[in-house]
Design a protein around this ligand. Structure first.
Ligand SMILES: [Zn+2]
Length: 384
């Protein structure tokens, strides 16, 4: 993690200010100290005392509003767009948000009799009692849901050759279902798409796992009989290797970062916003304004200045407050892509509906066969 501090990439070429007496090259420690100093300066409302000289104070976009962004996009364009998303882009698909009270996933976990809700995603608990996780996985299993307009907007960015990378916190695989290629994805919290044996690390496919989960058995390895676990990141597990290897390259190139449907509360994911260089425009599409008031004490040393919407020194941050789908549709409309997006959604949903109907029929058939098998075996027993 040491090369992943959010300050390292963007402050390298920063001219020295009057307060810095050292002539030595900036070390990791310097940049960390700088981030801490800025953090406290901001907390104490010393915003005007900040010295954000990297890239100057010139606005990247003259009019820092959603309309201003759309005008800039149409006239000057963006070439390397990164999208960075959380549960908010999947809620309209019907997937419950982990964290929203009432509708949230944790509230539905009572029936599993867990010692505490998050135990369902803890390795220790899983290894001793994997059954509740798989019962929940059956309820939430990818394939029962269709991607949302937000997913298809990202797919459209890819189709138009503009998507550099899509960083997602979601484990629902809706990005893959929406047709965003695997090499464009960083699934920061893992995925149901691949599965590994906890004993011998043998790889199992999504199809194999699906069959196990829907037949209500705890998936166990064909070679060593250990439990097989989907590659979603549990508490205490490392994030995927690409989360550490790709940002340095990606965020250096990125000229537009679109942040959607995330509270920016979960680290280290949230700190990605500070990896974007000073010339990168950052658009937040979310129901509430987030990322502009970092106060999480537990991870405060990780944080850069965050998003600057309400700061007089803002040069490049824009917020669209509303649902992700509405924001994406508004962008598509402003860019003249409304028909492209509508066409893509229609054809893809038709394709998926057909596939899902086929899967449902197969499951029904399997269930009927199982029932008749059970019946005949009961009869056999009765005879005996
Ligand atoms: Zn095994």
């Amino acid at each position: 993690m040491s090369d992943e501090t959010p300050t390292s990439s963007q402050n390298k070429n920063k001219p020295k200010d009057d307060n810095e007496t050292s002539s030595a090259t900036e070390t990791e420690e310097d940049t960390t100290m700088e981030a801490i100093r800025k953090f406290f300066a901001q907390k104490l409302n010393l915003v005007t005392a900040l010295d954000e000289d990297d890239g100057g104070n010139k606005k990247i976009i003259d009019n820092l509003t959603f309309e201003g962004l759309c005008d800039h996009w149409k006239s000057k364009g963006f070439k390397n767009i990164i999208t960075m998303v959380g549960a908010g882009i999947s809620t309209s698909a019907g997937i419950p948000d982990f964290r929203s009270p009432g509708s949230g996933l944790y509230d539905n976990l009572q029936k599993y009799n867990l010692p505490h809700p998050s135990a369902i995603f803890e390795m220790d608990y899983f290894e001793s009692n994997p059954q509740p996780f798989f019962a929940l996985a059956k309820e939430l299993y990818p394939g029962s849901f269709n991607p949302t307009p937000s997913h298809y907007f990202v797919r459209l960015l890819h189709d138009k050759g503009l998507l550099l990378r899509h960083y997602t916190q979601n484990i629902d695989t809706l990005e893959r279902i929406a047709g965003i290629p695997a090499d464009k994805l960083v699934e920061a919290h893992g995925t149901f798409f691949t599965n590994h044996c906890l004993g011998c690390r043998k790889l199992y496919s999504m199809e194999w796992m699906k069959e196990q989960i829907f037949s209500d058995s705890v998936p166990s390895c064909e070679d060593c009989n250990s439990v097989v676990k989907p590659d979603i990141v549990f508490f205490g597990e490392n994030l995927p290797e690409t989360f550490y290897s790709l940002p340095a390259r990606d965020f250096n190139k990125c000229d537009l970062l679109i942040i959607m449907g995330t509270s920016l509360e979960v680290q280290p994911f949230a700190s990605l916003i500070d990896r974007a260089g000073p010339k990168c425009v950052r658009l937040l599409i979310n129901r509430t304004k987030v990322g502009n008031d970092f106060g999480g004490i537990g991870s405060w040393f990780m944080l850069g200045p965050g998003l600057m919407f309400d700061n007089p020194k803002n040069t490049r941050d824009i917020a669209y407050i509303g649902d992700c789908d509405d924001g994406c549709l508004a962008l598509a409309e402003a860019l003249g892509w409304k028909d492209d997006l509508a066409g893509l959604i229609k054809s893809e949903h038709e394709r998926l509906d057909k596939e899902n109907a086929k899967t449902r029929d197969e499951r029904k058939k399997q269930a009927t066969n199982k029932e008749s098998d059970d019946e005949s075996s009961t009869k056999e027993k009765d005879k005996a």
